[in-house]
Design a protein around this ligand. Structure first.
Ligand code: FHN
Length: 420
């Protein structure tokens, strides 16, 4: 068991101590959309009649598909239903403030137009267009920060890329050559051809020493000094911290950070995975991340034609509707002061605690232990109805209105106070 302070110290050691002054938008954003989209989306969790479950974007590795075979998938990759405006609109309707989309995942296929490979969506597919161009524009138009996921080390297509051991011999790989000839020039393309980027989301670092990673980072900073880099660039050189996949830290963490979850059980589209998180579950994750001072980036896996799963569209819109009413308790909030309580968690703004009632007490009685403040007003964020409360020593007891409580999504109670 690691204490909050120890965790903070670990974080300080792992993160870039020279805090990036451009990180405020990220801290305020709270809710982002992650998108895994690539050739694997077309395979949809199936290869040669065999079904795979889990990470759909890993199918090339799971089935050990040789490069020469995998290349053929591109020939029929034709996402004619892709509509940048629709994608951006879903993110906006969901109340998401940033979007990170896979420009190149471990499979090595570039979902953008690149001069440094022919294995990209313009050169290798019948689609022949660069969907990232229109997506970047549609997203920016809605004041949502746009970013690219880029697998900087793992590239199973390249003889010198990381981790394809079924086609290439590890001992014969020249990672430096791969970085020099593909990763770095492609990152330059991404950072110069798509307008202002909020972040580059690096993943699974490898093949570089700390010094080399520093040089790598510095060589890229110049293209967009304000663009943030995720901690998975490696060696503690990122601007914000990413926890493990589907991991929520159990207590408040200082410094900018993000929890990453996916909507069902896979990052890339799998047609037989219908285990979608409900709006209530998503709000639970969002409220818990915000209550501990961080963000939630939730992944969606569009299919090979470019459509979002219907459940993602529906559920995300429901979350967005909740945020339209309750967003004040999430966006630009800071970690709650009340810790984890049987009824839920809280988020903070000056003079306010927002109580997220994630588990409604059956009798409607909410106990806030040891919060010795002068209460000015207590009310439901949705509709403003004032609630009765009582002070018992240092504790506060609130009474949620019974009968109105069977709401499908969680309620937020605002506690306005002075004297803390
Ligand atoms: O290996 C990847 C995985 O496919 C997926 O992209 C996740 C998302 O955070 N990142 C890596 C594993 O941590």
């Amino acid at each position: 068991n690691v204490s909050g302070q120890e965790m903070d110290e670990m974080w300080d050691n792992r993160s870039n101590n020279k805090a990036n002054k451009n990180v405020q938008w990220f801290k305020d954003a709270k809710f982002g959309m992650f998108i895994h989209w690539g050739l694997y989306s077309k395979l949809a969790g199936e290869w040669n009649g065999k079904r795979y479950y889990g990470s759909g974007e890993w199918i090339m590795n799971q089935a050990k598909i040789p490069v020469a075979e995998y290349e053929k998938v591109a020939k029929s990759f034709n996402p004619i239903k892709f509509d940048a405006e629709e994608w951006a609109q879903i993110a906006e309707d969901a109340g998401m403030k940033y979007m990170v989309v896979t420009a190149k995942h471990h499979e090595g296929f570039s979902m953008f137009d690149s001069k440094y490979t022919n294995f990209d969506i313009v050169d290798a597919t019948p689609y022949k267009k660069d969907p990232m161009k229109s997506l970047a524009k549609s997203v920016a138009k809605r004041n949502i920060h746009f970013g690219f996921y880029y697998s900087q080390f793992q590239d199973w297509y390249e003889p010198n890329g990381g981790r394809n051991t079924w086609d290439f011999k590890e001992a014969e790989k020249d990672y430096q050559k791969y970085y020099k000839e593909k990763a770095i020039p492609q990152l330059k393309e991404l950072m110069t051809n798509y307008g202002k980027l909020g972040t580059i989301w690096f993943d699974t670092p490898g093949g570089l020493t700390k010094q080399e990673t520093e040089d790598f980072v510095n060589s890229l900073r110049k293209y967009q000094p304000e663009c943030l880099f995720s901690s998975r660039v490696g060696h503690g050189l990122g601007d914000y911290r990413d926890f493990g996949d589907s991991e929520l830290p159990p207590f408040t963490i200082n410094g900018p950070w993000e929890s990453i979850y996916t909507h069902n059980d896979s990052w890339g589209y799998i047609k037989h995975d219908l285990n979608f998180k409900t709006p209530k579950e998503i709000i639970y994750l969002l409220a818990n991340a915000a209550a501990r001072g961080g963000n939630l980036m939730l992944n969606v896996g569009p299919d090979g034609e470019g459509s979002f799963p219907a459940y993602s569209i529906q559920y995300l819109r429901e979350v967005g509707n909740w945020l339209k009413i309750n967003g004040e308790s999430i966006y630009a909030s800071t970690a709650g002061l009340l810790g984890q309580q049987p009824w839920g968690v809280s988020t903070s703004k000056p003079g306010k605690q927002y109580l997220h009632i994630l588990n409604r007490p059956v009798d409607g009685e909410v106990l806030i232990p040891d919060f010795d403040v002068t209460i000015k007003k207590v009310y439901l964020l949705d509709g403003g109805k004032e609630l009765d409360f009582e002070k018992r020593g240092k504790d506060i007891i609130l009474n949620l209105p019974l009968g109105e409580m069977k709401k499908s999504l969680n309620e937020v109670v605002v506690l306005e106070y002075s004297g803390q």
